[in-house]
Design a protein around this ligand. Structure first.
Ligand code: NDP
Length: 331
């Protein structure tokens, strides 16, 4: 069995020296435990934050220890009646081929609703992040103009479609490069695509939304957040979901210099951490899986094969190598 450990804390962009592929034994379960053969694992931008010595909201990864993150697999040994051998479960011990965990820390998934790996994407915390942001943190109201950044990515591609379902009149997305910009319109149903690599996002947004925006789903931070505040309409709402433009920064990143416009606009800028919205999971699985089943919610994934490619997948997600959810399929 193989696992990937944190070899060193990266400074700036992580590289191959950040990771170490190591051999371990296949574990045996104690009473109440299960062993899962992981078949899919997720790589996520937040993992870059957890590589830092100080993380405000979680335990940092330990040097020399295997990384953790969402994964999915089949139970191959069980000493827990609630989760028998053969169950397909999601859990949080990714980055390894075999995971040993308490049965209570595994969630059995219903693979009749959608392919199993969808529980790491649209039906997992990714999809829930989009749903909780647009229903609770920065709620969409019928007729709204909505902007979603990192719109070709896992959260963003779902968010644009959910915004439409909730009654948005216009949904603008931004992504990097002409292919992704085209994809968000043709694949994910955005009305307009902006290319953050083609020029300043502020000018493009002002042109695309001459009367302003009501809701912004911020996956990027920095110049994108500043542009959203500038174009926000009265009573506008911003969900602060991610700030990927600054995760590799080696210096403190200046905040938007126009925050006080929020007062004049009676607007809301609200942070969201998905762990505080897990109560919405049953509602989201019910609605999201129905939309997937009737074909009205489209999702994509970018897949790399083999645990040895997990570092490459992770570096790729930070650089934008993915469309939809970046996943690693374990052999
Ligand atoms: P994505 O699938 O969206 O992948 C990240 C994307 O970010 C890349 O594909 C790339 O797309 C884009 N990107 C990278 N650098 C920049 C940059 N400098 N400017 C603009 N875009 C950039 O990842 P996720 O959907 O998993 O996550 C999206 C965001 O949501 C992240 O910031 C993440 O941390 C956050 N998140 C927060 C959660 C919470 O609880 N608060 C939960 C889940 C995610 P492109 O090629 O278009 O540039």
């Amino acid at each position: 069995s193989r696992e990937i450990r944190l070899a060193a804390r990266p400074v700036g962009e992580p590289g191959p020296g950040t990771f170490e592929l190591a051999e371990t034994r296949v574990p045996q379960p104690a009473e109440g435990q299960i062993v899962v053969r992981n078949t899919w694992m997720s790589v996520d931008p937040y993992m870059r934050e957890w590589m830092k010595e100080e993380v405000s909201y979680a335990q940092p990864y330990e040097i020399g220890a295997p990384l953790v993150g969402s994964a999915l697999g089949e139970v191959v040994a069980s000493r827990a009646e609630s989760v028998p051998v053969g169950s397909v479960v999601t859990h949080f011990l990714g980055w390894r081929e075999y995971a040993l965990l308490d049965a209570a820390d595994a969630t059995v998934v219903d693979t009749t609703l959608a392919p199993a790996e969808a529980y790491l994407g649209p039906l997992g915390t990714t999809g829930l992040t989009a749903y909780a942001t647009l229903t609770r943190v920065a709620p969409v109201r019928p007729g709204d103009v909505v902007w979603v950044s990192a719109a070709a990515g896992a959260v963003g591609s779902i968010a644009g479609q959910v915004a439409r379902k909730l009654g948005a009149a216009r949904v603008i997305g931004s992504a990097g490069g002409p292919d992704k910009v085209k994809r968000i319109v043709t694949g994910f149903g955005f009305d307009t695509g902006l290319d953050h690599k083609a020029g300043p996002i502020a000018a493009q947004l002002a042109e695309a939304a001459p009367d302003g925006i009501d809701v912004y789903v911020d996956n990027v931070g920095g110049d994108h957040l500043r542009a959203a505040i500038a174009e926000l309409r009265l009573h506008g709402r911003i969900g602060m979901v991610g700030a990927i433009s600054s995760y590799n920064a080696t210096q403190p990143v200046p905040g938007p210099d126009n925050l006080f416009e929020l007062a004049a606009k009676n607007a809301t800028l609200r942070g969201m951490l998905i762990n505080h919205h897990f109560d919405l999971f049953p509602e989201w699985i019910e609605r999201g899986s129905a939309w997937i089943a009737d074909g009205s919610l489209h999702y994509e994934q970018t897949v790399l094969d083999g645990i040895e490619r997990a570092p490459e997948a992770f570096l790729g997600v930070l650089r934008g190598a993915n469309t939809g959810k970046m996943l690693v399929r374990l052999s």
